[in-house]
Design a protein around this ligand. Sequence first.
Ligand SMILES: [Fe+2]
Length: 163
Amino acid sequence: MNATSSHTLTESQPIIDHLNEILKHEWTGVQQYSQAAFIVEGLMRELYAPKFLEDATESFGHAKLVGEKIAALGGVPTVLRNEVKQSRDVRELVENALAFESKAVEMYSAAIELAEEHADRSLVIFLEDILAQEQEGVDEYSKLLRETPAQQGEVKTATSRAA
Ligand SMILES: [Fe+2]
């Protein structure tokens, strides 16, 4: 459904509320990642400052999409954010980033369930596109934090597996 506005505002309210929680999370991302880029210290600064700025930009991109969607559904996009986790330590920043991306995956997944209950196919697709990007964030930050022991991490070729 929902080609134009087949749902009333009351029907859309639970979705609008949930999207606003997501928007709050994305606004948090804009500030948390920007702050991380500003203050990250140490030898890895040169690598991580641009990465965190890129993530801040991604959060803003998502905030923009979600804010527009809330307005289209007749709601008022929030200007609030959650608490920003701060650190100068790269590992801690990466752990914060993983927690942030994992929460985003949970929130978009729950929103998709809600949109499915409302039989709102286009909203499901809209949210799925963003969810895929959030999952990429989880995958990437998980890899950055992973330290597989050498033997276990050894990449086996087809030949060596057969031997
Ligand atoms: Fe996001």
